[in-house]
Design a protein around this ligand. Structure first.
Ligand code: ATP
Length: 713
């Protein structure tokens, strides 16, 4: 292990010395050198390619002196720093002490494979039409509201095709790309029909329309759109029900009367079971937005309860299913809930006529102006690479707004603290430049009030970084997002589509970056199977941002103009300095070590939850836990963190979630599907704080309700 140490900030070695000793450990480095390369925007950037690291003789010499140099160099330091004797036990006090050693980031990494993006024909949808809303037979006040309140005049393609179908009273299954205006595609005909009801709708009529969405933020967002659309029709009352809000207050609102009811599935079921004042006899519309997600999450049971309640009320209704990724898996749902639906799919005429229907079904249309990238990063370098990417956007470019998807609530919490502290310079007492980046976080374990605040703040801000779980992947319409970063790959191509769909909405430009480790590159084929193709971004190009940030300068005085090797060495030193800052911060207090361990554990647990179809790519045995630990600022993998632990933890959490649903079930062994569902569900938990503490005090009945709430969106 000792030879896996690299002295940083201290060595005056010539670059070649380091290269030679590293070649021994890192096959990939042997084929890399700095070259100037022209990028898409015409700027010249540096990258590694085919570097010759010197003769065999030199190599031998340098490997021999490698460890020796460490000791010699250490002797140049004051005794306090020399006292840092063992790997991972550097001298530091609290979070502020400088720390000079860190295990090498650039050694012992797996080789970065050449990535071939399979040739695919990207499916295209035309977003806008030249047709205006005036052409439809809509109430003039509704058209005026669209024009004046929503600033909208011409229809999108999905609106042009869907609105007339729904106005004719038919059911519809609508698939169209993210950010193409599906909400108004059902919202406009729904309001048009309700405002025409005679005699006029009264609050006491109860719900005439029920809109089901998978997350609370989406429920809020849809509710706000209905509030706007209903401005001229004040007698129709919209309302929202969602987990995390006070049930009693919701019950009172229901009793007063809600005509357009927007809800997450679990919360609606809760009210169906426990609120006598909910009556569905007047329901004419049922909308399942993000319908495939609602089923994915294992909300089938909830949906069955809702459908049964509606059917029992005996009303005839129109049903609409929408999503950017509707698949045939929904056929069972359509057969039980719909009446001869019209299937609406927006494809360019060229593709719809040329491609066989099976290909169309599997191909997801991506926004035209979305630039999709991927980067292959060894585990050890993931944290510094993410940090360098954020710095590049937020420090050296203007008006950048990023969403970073992370696989677990704990990891979101931890990375939020770590990145905001270290990148913004809060961890350092030295006179280092402070930087202001607005980091926000959103996940299912937050209290609802805070979730709402964050959602609103990020919506309104022009810049910033939102670190989040998949709770923000679907349907959210957050303006001006410039980059979607997927730090952990999603569990399906459909989820990939929804995550990247948070940018490049309604014809705007946007970018996305997917992080993969060398063992995960086959994920590109999974995406290609759905006609999704990504360009490769080089890790070194991302890390080269650090060359512009003097806060992370190493001690080496590299003459970058002279040699490509010196530039490479400078960049590596800076990456190591940054990693060292992360590690110092983490190891600066028992609490942060604990938080890092928790985050790592949750990351491993999430890794075990990839569906079996993706296990050949994402398998726990491909994870190097020591390297993964580094990406959480830990110097070593915590003891006892093994795949067995991760598996049993996943099993345990799934059992816990399943418990409230069926108490008699002997949930010892769970299927892979159940494990996935339980982990995904955990992102959608109620977020009520102290849930577990207060649980003990509740009555048996209240306990059951709380369990139900765990499945709430
Ligand atoms: N006809 C239109 N003209 C201009 N903007 C529109 C139009 N229709 C909708 N929009 C705007 O486009 C944005 C995206 O709409 P919406 O959220 O309904 O997309 P979506 O298709 O439901 O996306 P997702 O699949 O991600 O849920 C919203 O800001 C909405 O106000």
């Amino acid at each position: 292990m000792a030879e896996d140490m690299l002295m940083v900030n201290i060595s005056n070695q010539e670059p070649t010395d380091l290269h030679v000793s590293e070649k021994k450990h890192n096959k990939s480095s042997s084929r890399q050198k700095w070259t100037a390369k022209k990028t898409a925007n015409g700027k010249r950037k540096a990258s590694f390619e085919n570097q010759d690291y010197g003769s065999a003789k030199q190599r031998k010499l340098n490997t021999q002196t490698d460890t020796k140099n460490e000791d010699q160099e250490a002797s140049k330091f004051p005794s306090k720093l020399k006292a840092s004797p063992k790997k991972g036990q550097g001298v530091h006090k609290g979070h502020d002490e400088p720390f000079i050693k860190t295990s090498s980031l650039f050694r012992n990494n797996p080789e970065i494979p050449d990535v071939f993006s399979p040739a695919v024909t990207q499916v295209k949808e035309k977003v806008f039409t030249t047709n205006t809303f005036q052409e439809l037979d809509l109430h003039p006040h509704l058209v005026a509201t669209l024009n004046k309140v929503l600033n909208i005049s011409s229809m999108t393609s999905v609106q042009k095709q869907t609105i007339p179908v729904l106005m004719s009273g038919k059911d519809a299954v609508v698939r169209s790309q993210t950010g193409s205006g599906k909400t108004l595609a059902y919202g406009i005909p729904l309001i048009q029909s309700l405002q025409a009801v005679q005699p006029k709708i009264q609050r006491s009529d109860g719900p005439l329309a029920v809109v089901i969405v998978p997350t609370r933020e989406l429920a809020q967002q849809s509710f706000q759109i209905f509030q706007k659309l209903l401005k001229p029709f004040t007698w129709i009352v919209p309302g929202v029900l969602m987990g995390g809000e006070k049930r009693k207050a919701e019950k009172a609102r229901l009793r007063k009367g809600i005509n357009v009811l927007i809800s997450t599935p679990g919360r609606l079921v809760d009210h169906i079971k426990n609120t006598l004042s909910i009556a569905f006899s007047a329901v004419r519309w049922l909308v399942l937005d993000e319908a495939d997600r609602t089923l994915d999450l294992g909300f089938e049971k909830d949906l069955t309860v809702i459908l049964n309640a509606l059917n029992a009320a005996g009303s005839t209704r129109q049903t609409v299913l929408l999503s950017a990724t509707l698949t045939e898996a929904l056929s069972r749902l359509t057969s039980i809930s719909m009446n001869d639906p019209v299937y609406i799919q927006i494809l360019e005429p060229s593709l719809s006529s040329q491609s066989p229907p099976s290909q169309q079904a599997d191909s997801y249309a991506m926004p035209d102006r979305l630039q999709q990238y991927m980067v292959v990063v060894p585990s050890k370098l993931r944290l510094v690479c993410l940090a360098a990417f954020i710095l590049a956007r937020c420090k050296f470019e203007r008006d950048q707004k990023l969403i970073v998807f992370i696989s677990s609530c704990e990891a979101v919490e931890f990375l939020d603290t770590l990145l905001s502290t270290v990148l913004c310079g809060k961890s350092s007492t030295a006179n280092k430049q402070k930087l202001s980046i607005n980091f926000l976080r959103l996940h299912g374990n937050m209290e609802q009030e805070e979730r709402t605040e964050v959602f609103q703040e990020f919506s309104q801000s022009k810049t910033g970084v939102l670190l989040c779980t998949d709770v923000a992947a679907r349907g959210l319409d957050l303006p001006q997002v410039t980059w979607i970063v997927q730090f952990n790959p999603p569990s399906s191509a459909a989820e990939y589509v929804h995550r990247v769909g948070r940018t490049a909405r309604i014809g705007a430009r946007g970018n996305s970056l997917l992080f993969l480790t060398p063992s995960e590159t086959a994920y590109m084929d999974v995406l290609a199977n759905h006609n999704i193709s990504l360009s490769e971004m080089k890790m070194e190009d991302i890390l080269s941002t650090l060359m512009q940030d003097e806060r992370f300068r190493g001690r080496g005085n590299w003459d970058k103009k002279k040699s490509a090797g010196a530039r490479e060495q400078d960049m590596r030193e800076r990456a190591t300095v940054l990693q060292t800052e992360f590690e110092n911060y983490v190891h600066g207090s028992a609490e942060s070590v604990q938080a890092a361990k928790k985050a790592l554990q949750s990351f491993v647990r999430a890794y075990t939850a990839y569906p079996s179809a993706l296990k050949h790519i994402f398998h726990i045995r491909h994870l190097h836990l020591g390297h993964a630990a580094k990406s959480f600022g830990l110097r070593d993998a915590p003891q006892g963190l093994s795949s067995a632990v991760a598996y049993s933890t996943a099993n345990k959490s799934a059992k816990k979630t399943a418990k409230g649903k069926d108490n008699n079930r002997p949930t010892i062994k769970l299927t892979a599907r159940e494990r996935v569902a339980s982990l995904i569900r955990s992102e959608y938990t109620s977020g009520i704080s102290g849930e577990s503490k207060s649980k003990k005090k509740r009555t048996k009945k209240k306990k059951a309700n709380a369990e139900d709430e765990l499945t709430e969106g």
